[in-house]
Design a protein around this ligand. Structure first.
Ligand code: SF4
Ligand code: SF4
Length: 168
């Protein structure tokens, strides 16, 4: 990732939190498809400039949610039963969600690659959810992601600058 983008995120994400919170709330009432083209353009632009392998902050700080199909797939990969996999790798968080139990994630390699990349949990594949049609309906999650994920932060900033006042 460009050092300037990383630096800008680390210097500004927390101080911009209230501004971003207010902006993300303005997306809530909008029809899903209204912001999607601008969102997808911002997502593509930012991920072209960011190298996740030089970051891995999500894998380092945020336990990934796992669902039954993730557990079955991962367990099969390790020749374990789902129960054995859960015992070794999964816990239930304060929201009642099943999450991978390591922080940093126990599947994160030293070079920031993922040891189970091809079969990683769906939540990891989708993170930071900035190319999804219902982005606008999740202001709290999107705000939290701007603090964890430099890409999410820059995508929200691009959205702010590119959505015209007629859009919101
Ligand atoms: S499973 Fe892979 S992508 Fe998901 S948090 Fe762990 S290291 Fe990151
Ligand atoms: S926190 Fe965001 S930019 Fe960093 S590795 Fe995860 S998805 Fe990529």
């Amino acid at each position: 990732m460009g050092i300037d983008l990383m630096q800008e995120w680390s210097e500004n994400a927390k101080t911009q939190k209230e501004e971003n919170k207010a902006f993300l709330k303005t997306l809530l009432p909008l029809p899903k498809l209204k912001i999607l083209p601008t969102l997808l353009k911002a997502h593509t632009e930012v991920f072209e400039a960011i190298d996740c392998l030089k970051c891995a902050n999500c894998c380092r700080t945020s336990p990934a949610i796992v669902i039954k199909s993730d557990i079955n797939r991962l367990a099969k990969h390790f020749n374990q039963s789902p129960k054995q996999f859960i015992r070794q790798h999964v816990l239930t968080d304060i929201n009642g969600d099943m999450v991978l139990n390591g922080v940093p994630c126990s599947f994160l390699n030293d070079d920031n690659t993922c040891a189970v990349y091809e079969i990683r949990p769906d939540a990891c594949r989708r993170y930071p959810h900035t190319d999804e049609a219902d982005f606008g309906s999740r202001p709290a999650l999107n705000l939290a992601n701007t603090i964890v994920c430099p890409a999410a932060y820059h995508i929200v900033n691009l959205l702010k600058s590119q959505l015209s006042s007629n859009d919101i």
